[in-house]
Write a new protein. Structure first.
Lengths: 416, 271
């Protein structure tokens, strides 16, 4: 495979026009969306390093990848058997993931009318519907997994995707009715050059709960562009835990809106980079009303010449009095040539709020290493134990199916 | 237990060491034979803790002169982990907290590293649990501590007990206990000292680094060494510790001043 994210990039977006031209004509339930997305891509320049949000992450690298649309599903990896009450779906961008399945009680596909009404709603509400990665997904996704969790139902769902040597667009829309509870484990795997594009939006009605664990294990010549947009009505709770490792380029943008405040949002992120990899998380949390709560922890491990970027935006307008938000970015720098860029971005207009933020960057602690070595544990193994301990704080927040699809050893091997 | 014919485990000769640019050890001499318990006493800054860290191989300390042999082999050329595997153990004055690393897993990995060196088979999780539960009794420790992260949130006494538990599992030939008595209340001191006494036998040796007589009330040393300004100024039996307790360290300062005056005299003056 000649494709490589380490190869020098050509002119920023010269590839886009011919690439758009070779796409199959818009078709299926998302034809109109595809059309709009393609038009946007044709008009909108590729984000460049001149834009603050893309300062460190160079999308012109995408030109090096095989970006034709996946025409057949990539073989699935061997996964541990799904737990009996977990519905495991294979999202491959080609087939219907629900074909031939009996959905559990409380889980229903959205009707065409509901889809028309709901698709893109949360993307717009969280202000990212025209972001380049979203338009790319719109331009290419031919299917959407659109599900509703009925009021008071409890559902456990697992979504598994493997990226072929191509572009894999994944589009998910979830509607959680009042007091619905959804545990969503999502596993994205790439073992070859290509691009995985994920756009997931979810709307949580009052008192609904979503626990989303995303595990994305990539390949040095693969890229991931992930947009997760969540809209929360009061008294709802979201816990989003994302773990990414091994991608040549990974950009995750979790965007949360607490429509009228009074909701609970918990964000946990872990990204690992090595060699020349880039992992970039841009999170955005907006409080639309009072008494909202945010608890955010983002961790990164950077080795080799890897680069980790974190930008955590929190918006607290005047209406969001008595917001309680805490954000912490903790980073482990394992080599002299690795880079960490971390930035809190708090915009606080309300005057009666608690908003804490902090960032730390450190290397492995000599005293901790020596303590382990003084017990006969060799330096590499000691470093491995400490690295794992650093990651564990986030990993243990993953729902079990996501966690078991992502054994720690594998993850750390990816990020060696 | 002093046996003149017992094998020498540790031989320290004219050892000098520095941390950054500061010379701390300035010629330490010490011979430790199997079966012996040595106490090293001295004021803060006398070099006691540095000696223990140099013996364990802490990377912040540089040996600038002298030698240390362990059972006849050069100890100083070994990495810290190799030293631990062949039976040199350092009980830390301030055991390090390692959030996220399970105490049980840490103890198992460490024990297996030592066992491999001894030619014993590796213990699986179950066999290790049996062993660790038995050894917990040495320090009367609650098994719940195994489930926690290494030393995280442990009280001072719990940390020191955890150190002695590690000693009980690693079965060292030379155990260097750096101020194991600091931060312990009377009961914890008794438990920790009891653990050390249980583990001491005719084949191993213990080096107790301490400020206070009270540890030596519970563990009877065969030798007491007084350190000052980076060397061992005087060596005696257990009565030397009692003398220190009664007289304080002022006489040490006087002896040291006399010694340094003698050393700074020019050859002409000496002649």
């Amino acid at each position: 495979m000649g494709a490589s994210l380490a190869a020098p990039a050509g002119r920023a977006s010269a590839w886009l026009t011919p690439w758009l031209a070779q796409l199959p004509p818009p078709a299926g339930e998302l034809a109109a969306v595809q059309q709009r997305g393609r038009r946007a891509l044709a008009e909108q320049p590729l984000p460049s390093a001149r834009e603050e949000a893309w300062r460190f992450t160079d999308l012109s690298l995408l030109a090096q990848l095989p970006l034709q649309l996946a025409s057949s599903a990539a073989p699935l990896p061997t996964l541990p058997p799904a737990e009996p009450d977990v519905l495991r779906l294979h999202l491959d961008g080609c087939g219907d993931p629900l074909a031939g399945l009996d959905l559990p009680d409380g889980l229903q596909p959205l009707s065409a009318a509901e889809l028309a009404q709901g698709l893109g709603h949360t993307l717009a509400a969280t202000g990212c519907e025209h972001h380049w990665p979203v338009e790319l997904n719109h331009a290419t996704a031919g299917r959407v997994l659109a599900l509703r969790v009925a009021s008071r139902a409890r559902v456990r769902l697992e979504l598994v995707s493997t990226q072929p040597a191509a572009l894999l667009p994944l589009r998910v829309l979830l509607v959680l009715e009042e007091k619905a509870q959804l545990e969503l484990s999502q596993v994205l795997l790439a073992q070859q050059a290509g691009l995985t594009s994920l756009v997931l939006e979810a709307h949580l009605a009052r008192s609904a709960r979503l626990e989303h664990g995303l595990v994305a294990l990539g390949h040095p010549d693969a890229a991931l562009l992930g947009q997760i947009a969540l809209e929360q009505e009061p008294e709802s709770a979201v816990a989003l835990t994302s773990v990414s490792a091994g991608w040549g380029l990974a950009r995750l943008e979790p965007r949360l809106l607490q429509v009228d405040g009074q909701a609970q949002s918990t964000l946990r992120g872990l990204q690992l980079v090595d060699d020349h990899q880039i992992a970039d998380t841009h999170s955005h949390v907006q409080f639309g009303g009072p008494e909202g709560q945010l608890d955010q922890l983002h961790k990164a491990v950077a080795a080799g010449q890897g680069r980790s970027v974190f930008n955590g935006a929190v918006r607290v307008p005047r209406a969001a009095q008595r917001t309680n938000a805490a954000q912490l970015s903790r980073n482990l720098l394992l080599s002299d040539r690795a880079r960490i860029d971390t930035k809190p971005e708090l915009e606080i207009v309300a005057d009666d709020v608690k908003c804490a933020h902090g960032a730390t960057v450190s290397s492995l602690q000599t005293d901790e290493l020596f303590y382990l070595q003084s017990r006969g544990i060799d330096a590499d193994q000691a470093a491995g134990l400490l690295k794992r301990a650093f990651c564990e704080e986030v990993l243990r927040q993953l729902p079990t199916p996501a966690r078991s699809s992502c054994p720690l050893e594998r993850l750390l091997l990816e990020a060696r | 237990m002093i046996r003149p014919d017992a094998p020498v485990l540790l031989e320290i000769r004219d050892l000098e060491a520095r941390v950054e640019d500061k010379a701390i050890l300035k010629g330490v001499n010490l011979t430790v034979r199997a079966g012996e318990i040595h106490a090293v006493m001295g004021r803060n800054g006398s070099g006691k803790s540095t000696l223990s860290k140099v013996l364990a191989g802490h990377p912040a300390y540089t040996v600038t002169a002298g030698s240390v042999t362990y059972r006849g082999d050069n100890l100083l050329e070994l990495d810290p982990e190799q030293r631990a595997r062949i039976g040199v153990f350092l009980g830390f004055q301030y055991p390090v907290e390692i959030p996220g690393v399970s105490n049980l897993e840490f103890l198992r990995v460490a024990t297996n590293a030592r066992r491999a060196e001894q030619g014993h088979e590796e213990l699986d999780t179950f066999a290790f649990e049996d062993l660790v539960r038995e050894r917990l009794q040495v320090v009367q420790m609650d098994p719940a501590f195994l489930e926690r992260s290494v030393n995280e949130g442990f009280s001072g006494g719990e940390k020191k007990r955890n150190e002695i538990l590690q000693m009980a599992l690693l079965d060292p030939l030379v155990a260097i206990l750096d101020e194991t008595d600091s931060g312990l209340d009377i009961d914890a001191l008794r438990i920790v000292a009891g653990g050390v006494n249980q583990l001491a036998n005719a084949d191993n040796a213990t080096l107790l680094i301490t400020h206070y007589q009270r540890l030596l009330d519970a563990i009877t040393p065969d030798y007491v060494h007084v350190m000052a300004a980076g060397r061992i100024l005087r060596t005696g039996g257990k009565e030397l510790a009692l003398e220190l307790e009664q007289r304080g360290y002022d006489w040490v300062d006087q002896e040291l001043a006399a010694l340094e005056a003698a050393q700074t005299r020019t050859p002409a003056e000496v002649a």
